[in-house]
Ligand binder design. Sequence first.
Ligand code: CMP
Length: 138
Amino acid sequence: MEETLVLVKPDGVARGLTGEIIARFERRGLQIAGLKMLRLSRAQAEKHYEEHTGKPFFAGLVDFITSGPLVAMVVRGESAVKVVRSMMGATNPVEAAPGTIRGEFALAMSRNVIHGSDSVQSAKREISLFFGEHEVLK
Ligand code: CMP
């Protein structure tokens, strides 16, 4: 079984999409193994997005992800990293296939509703930034 970190970003939370997103994962057969709502500090956001440090959109990305509450979850299941990425759709919502989360609910790269880890290795790192060991169901 694999685990991945999913964030419903501040735009997704503000638009009331959290329930819809969780329902999609559950209906697919994935398990929600950890769940919390929080507002990120700039330091936490910079750590989470450290691979993007120095890119032109980095400051805007940190501004946006710290702008309001987000929902973080650990999603568990067979090939969870890949399955969640395919359910989210392309990072640029304009290219996201219809029926995917971004393909249904987003239009702008900077407000693309959801984040999902891009590899098993990133998932481990990202989950440890958001969840303590005892906050994730065994
Ligand atoms: P996410 O999957 O959270 O990972 C990094 C985020 O940076 C990405 O979703 C987008 O929201 C954002 N992003 C990536 N590339 C760009 C870009 N060229 N311009 C603005 N935002 C971007």
